[in-house]
Design a protein around this ligand. Structure first.
Ligand code: SER
Length: 588
């Protein structure tokens, strides 16, 4: 690597010297915008202020913002794509406008970063029915030292941010390009030439695209600029592979160490591991407290970790070693100076990664064998939806992972068919959980009520005997038996089963009183009541206590005293799905 550029620090220092206040990076999940899973741009957390609200820290702001874009996730593995990236930005909220914005951008690039202006080119807005051509910006660039041949007028598909379709604050922009190769800079700027890399975007945000599809003037004229840190860092350090910039040096080195292989020749898997692990570290350290799951942000986190593990396996890394911690610690080290949550939540990060690895590792081998078996004698090249769904449901393979495996083998997956099955599966589990909120009972006869109370005791006993991390994942009760699914990373041993059974029976024999108390959901959570899917409960909930051994948010009904239950016996313990075990038990 040729040189190391301290781009982030230089950027912030420069804009602070121009009267900006540095604001902290917002959490990766937008706080006021449920329409997206993650922040995808530096301006996202500032939308209310761009619309006109007063920002407590003034009218000139700058920061580096954690961003995550998942639309190109499958592209990661090449030289330029990342799921997590940082965006450097500076904003004027009704303060300065085009003149200062462009002048300071030029000053930062040429004076601070010492870029030769000949290597720079810009695009400006050509104009449309709504707004005139941005001759002002073009002239300004020229007056600063950008040659006329390096200024291109482009239409709204290039120079309107975010685009003409999305509603919200928007406006024309001027984009800055850098000629990346050592060769002679072309006299005339051609934006189609890949050697011209976009490094900065200055948006003149003075319009509001309203939901009724009209455009109006915002109360104030704003400036919103964004510079993708990793891309510009690579360009400035003179590398054509983003992963060769100084940002990645130590992280890639650790991946080389744990795999005992060189980056050269293994670029794709190493980039995927580096990128996905970095994103997983940032997501799991974030104040939004996301955990791997099968929905929304949690599903992205799960997909990232599982894909990284598959590539670790491809590199013949020993999955049972603590390789994921070694890499995660290198990532934390790289960033902890800028993101203190990484250090603060280090243990959470390492646990999330390890637990998800252990969960996936238990089914990965079997799933891969299942994949091989299913594809060995395949007629044609389409993998059936049943196979894809089994890989998902039983072996925890995100559909995208199955698609990737298929692609590696020149096969395709019936994704539509998978989605249909998935929908059916969701409907079924929704029905099941709707049942759960009624109390988990098909009917609430006397026997079912007893079983219901027994599920609470079982839930509590598992926490004592097996792990405090065991939580209910579902339950189904008939007059003949109870079925109880719970999160757990291993098959219960005979001793564990016996101890669980004994503890439940001990509590039954202690004749514990069952009480019910109505309270606000928030309070129930605060006092530590066991619950599932918290968002789905009403604001006021019932909390059932059994002596002092169990406390759960629940719709009931329950017996009055555990002595009514008789004798509890486990009939079967088996896998339900990845990371979930199932107990079938009876009351005799
Ligand atoms: N919002 C613009 C972008 O993301 C400039 O910050 O490119």
């Amino acid at each position: 690597m040729s040189k190391v550029v301290k781009l982030r620090d230089l950027y912030i220092d420069f804009f602070v010297s121009k009267g900006h206040v540095q604001i902290p990076s917002s959490p990766v999940v937008p706080e006021n915008d449920p329409s997206v899973l993650f922040n995808t741009a530096g301006m996202q957390p500032l939308i209310p202020y761009l619309k006109g609200e007063k920002h407590p820290l003034g009218t000139r702001l700058c920061d580096y913002q954690k961003c995550i874009r998942t639309n190109d996730l499958d592209e990661v593995g090449d030289k330029t794509h990342h799921t997590f990236f940082e965006m450097l930005g500076n904003w004027s909220l009704g303060d300065y406008f085009k003149k200062e914005s462009i002048t300071w951008s030029y000053e930062f690039l040429t004076d601070v970063l010492k870029i030769n202006p000949d290597r720079l080119a810009v695009t400006v807005f050509r104009g449309n029915d709504l707004v005139d051509a941005d001759k002002y910006s073009a002239k300004l660039w020229e007056s600063l030292g950008i040659s006329k041949d390096h200024i291109a007028y482009m239409d709204e598909s290039n120079n309107w941010w975010p685009n003409m379709e999305l509603t919200g604050p928007c406006g024309p922009d001027t984009e800055i390009f850098y000629y990346r190769t050592d060769g002679d800079v072309p006299k005339v700027f051609n934006p189609e030439d890949d050697n011209w890399v976009e490094i900065w975007n200055n948006v003149f945000m003075e319009y509001m695209h309203n939901p009724d599809n009209t455009f109006s003037q915002l109360p104030r004229k704003n400036v919103d600029t964004g510079m993708g840190l990793e891309r510009v860092q690579a360009v400035l350090e003179g590398v054509d592979d983003n992963y060769k910039s100084s940002i990645w040096t130590n992280i890639i080195k650790k991946i080389e160490d744990v795999s005992n292989k060189n980056y050269v020749g293994n670029e794709k898997s190493m980039r995927i591991i580096a990128d996905h692990m970095r994103t997983a570290v940032f997501i799991s350290a974030d104040y939004a407290s996301i955990k791997p799951s099968n929905t929304d942000q949690g599903y992205i986190l799960r997909r990232l970790i599982r894909r990284a593990i598959r590539h670790a396996k491809k590199l013949e890394i020993d999955i049972n070693s603590d390789f994921e911690s070694v890499i995660a610690l290198a990532i934390i080290d790289e960033y902890k100076k800028y993101y203190k949550e990484l250090e603060e939540n280090k243990d959470v990060v390492l646990t999330v990664l390890r637990d998800e690895k252990v969960k996936f590792n238990r089914t990965l081998e079997k799933g891969l064998r299942e994949f091989e078996k299913a594809t060995r004698n395949l007629e044609g090249n389409m993998i059936d939806a049943t196979v894809a769904f089994r890989l998902y449901d039983t072996y925890g393979f995100p559909i995208e992972l199955t698609e990737e495996l298929a692609k590696d083998n020149n096969l395709e997956v019936d994704v539509e068919g998978f989605k249909e099955r998935f929908k059916k599966h969701q409907e079924l589990s929704r029905t099941a959980s709707a049942g759960k909120f009624k109390g988990g009972l098909a009917s609430s006869g006397e026997v079912e009520t007893k079983y219901h109370t027994a599920t609470h005791l079982l839930n509590a006993a598992l926490k004592v005997v097996v792990s405090p991390d065991c939580h209910q994942k579902g339950s189904n009760i008939t007059a003949e038996r109870m079925r109880f699914d719970f999160s757990c990373d291993h098959k219960l041993t005979t001793e564990e089963k016996e101890q669980v059974e004994n503890l439940v029976n001990k509590w039954i024999n202690e004749e514990l009183v069952v009480t019910k108390e109505e309270m606000p959901k928030q309070k129930a959570v605060e006092i530590g009541a066991e619950h599932e899917f918290i968002d789905k409960y009403p604001d006021i909930v019932n909390v059932y206590k059994i002596g002092d051994v169990s406390m759960e948010i629940c719709g009931g009904p329950h017996v009055k005293n555990t002595k009514e239950l008789g004798h509890f016996k486990i009939k079967k313990e088996e896998a339900s799905s990845a990371g979930v075990r199932r107990i079938k038990a009876v009351l005799e």
